[in-house]
Design a protein around this ligand. Sequence first.
Ligand SMILES: [Zn+2]
Length: 83
Amino acid sequence: MLREQTRENWIDQRATGIYLCPMHPDVRETVAGKCPKCGMDLMPEGTRFALFRHMIGRRSHLVIMAALMVAAMAVAMMMMMMR
Ligand SMILES: [Zn+2]
């Protein structure tokens, strides 16, 4: 059982290369396994979940998204006023 898991992880490692902990952005392993801090399964980089974590992990992205939303609302209000 354990040996089979190790072999699968090794295959995954060759496919992606980097594994991330969902909870710890600083945990980046080159082999699949458990996070050394919380014990959660590391997820391969490139998954949708990793992208989501990347978005919320960088505050600058939130600022850009907020600015775009404000700009879109301003444009919408201008169009309503021009009508
Ligand atoms: Zn962790």
